[in-house]
Design a protein around this ligand. Sequence first.
Ligand code: TRP
Length: 467
Amino acid sequence: MASNRGQFNTRIGFILAAAGSAVGLGNIWKFPFEVGQGGGAAFVVLYLAFCFLLCFPVMISEIAIGRKTQLNPVGAFKKLGHGNWSIIGLLGIIAGVLILSFYNVVAGWAFGYFLEMVQGNFGVGKEFGTFITDWQKIGMYGIVFMAVTAFIVSKGIAGGIEKASKILMPTLFTLILLLIGYALTLDGAMEGIKFYLVPDFSEINGDVIYSALGQAFFSLSLGMGALITYGSYVSKKQNIVRSAALITLTDVSIAFLAGLMIFPFVAYLTQGSMEGVEGGAGLIFATLPGVFESLGATLGMVIGALFFLLLSFAALTSTVSLLEVPVAYLVDEKKIKRPYAVWGMAAFIFLLGIPSMLSNGNVEALTNFVTLGGSDKATNFMDFIGLVASDTFLPIGGALISIFVAYVWKTNNLNEEIAIGRENAIPFVTKYINFAVMFICPVILGAIGIITILDRYFGIDVLSKLF
Ligand code: TRP
């Protein structure tokens, strides 16, 4: 029965949990370096537009499917009477399991960095490359992170996920504001802000558009049924449209704030030149410890530890949502008791993550795993899983979800569900949502999936031909 599955107790509890799912490494680790690589503010503008115009309607669709059926992503499609479409749910669950397998590794790094900062070991930044190959340490951190995630999920919806989100999200928000306040007082902060906020639209090209789209979608936790699952714990009193707007707003705000914090740090370290800002994955792990070091031992330790604690908290509410999806499936469909489903899945996903963990220099075959897309540079195993699960499965999942809602379940059913609990509806918003799920989302998301396959797997450079 629905009541046995659990429910969010409060409106704000659901919003915080879903925003917690959205706000993660994607916002604080990936967003700033994508901004760095995508030429700064122009990327930010695109990202914002995609979040609201393209992702918001998909988010509403997912939550509506979940709340209507009160089931996991596989059960949901069956219950709506379209069992064949439950393949979307199954693909989503597989994608989620794969994403969590490597996401947990990076979350473990963040947690490990927190411990290093507490001990005042700023040198870890310069040794980032070595740090991530120290498999005993990294393995420990990965186990700890997965165990904490599993502990929260094992406590269920209200007592676990909601409660943790209600503590972690406000803490995260406070930490980020504190750090921004501090970052803005540093020398050269304004250079960083300028790089971040003054758009140079000549930087926009096919690649930038593609990565802004992918980032928006990943950042909002869409395309794999995470929000179908969370939606299934939402009461009929809740206003789905308003909740989705708040979740989107929180997610983009935190990403935006993460940039406000990080670019002044980088500007301070590089004395305004912003050199190396496009350095990718290393931006946070390799660069920031140097910033913290220059603040002096005590202050550096405090600011550094707070920063990596913030990053760990952000990751934790996301790993929780990623684990909840397969767990909900096992509980609803396979009638497995929650604690067994949780700990069994967590152990399985941790093991699945071991090759990713060892693919940064430990095992040659995993480090140079495949050469794809006509490039002569090999991709490591971790990036390969990211390519398959998040860059390929998520947009295709999102396209299929919108096609399902628009043409199989039909928009009048969607509208009926989102009308429940919705006061003061703005008719234009409903019209836009319908239009988007019928035309914009399937076409654009389907196109990203196809472009990913052509470009990244086969090296056919469609992007530069399109733009
Ligand atoms: N959105 C999270 C981030 O930005 C990651 C995440 C959590 C996710 N759950 C998800 C991504 C589900 C895709 C699907 O870090």
